[in-house]
Design a protein around this ligand. Sequence first.
Ligand code: COA
Length: 207
Amino acid sequence: MSATSPAYSIRTPRLLLRCCEPSDAAPRLEAVTSSGAHLHEFFPPQPEGPPPLALHVAQLRKMRGGFDLDQDRPYVVVELHTGRFLGEVGLLTRAGLGAREVGYWLRRDAIGQGLATEMTAAVIRTAFELDKVSRVDLTCDPANAASAAVARRLGFTLEGRLRERQLAPHHVRGDILCFSLLASEYPHGPAHAVPIEAFDYLGQRIL
Ligand SMILES: CC(C)(COP(=O)(O)OP(=O)(O)OC[C@H]1O[C@@H](n2cnc3c(N)ncnc32)[C@H](O)[C@@H]1OP(=O)(O)O)[C@@H](O)C(=O)NCCC(=O)NCCS
């Protein structure tokens, strides 16, 4: 059985994860712009496209709509005490029934502090404890050592290297590593040990 409301916000020791809003567009743009090439794979420069702020508003409106419709669940991640925009983490439904895939990014000046591990653990906890999924997947480019390290730090197992995959329109087709964490493994692993508080759409504590 799954929870009646998804977690609309989650607190960790250092972070606040909250359901995104179109009004996050300006700080999101600043985080992406100031990160330069670090985020080019996630946010490829589009010199011919719409103005960058309009692009972020459009993406956030779509993300927010999907969240409220119980599709993908993208969170913006801000510093707990200052509200500074740091990045995003999300639970995606493309992993299939009873499963979620986790995805994430951090602004360049926030890496190397364990924040990606902390925010990823937080959404994994909600996936297993509120949504009662059987597995969480984590995929990454074989060259993305930083992302594979997050998977390993959180106790994921490498299932294999999938060939010539393209999971999203902005990705380049190529091989990907697929890691997974099973519900039976989760209670004994590092993600379970990360303290969180999760709240529903009314701000009531659900975890
Ligand atoms: C992938 C990504 C989020 C990983 O970020 P990261 O900062 O390397 O990961 P973490 O936040 O977990 O930090 C881990 C590092 O912090 C260090 N650290 C410092 N304090 C720490 C703490 N309190 N707890 C845990 N680790 C800590 C660790 O030792 C580790 O250092 P190392 O990189 O020298 O081994 C980041 O590189 C990124 O945004 N990349 C671009 C987008 C992307 O590729 N997304 C994933 C697509 S699949």
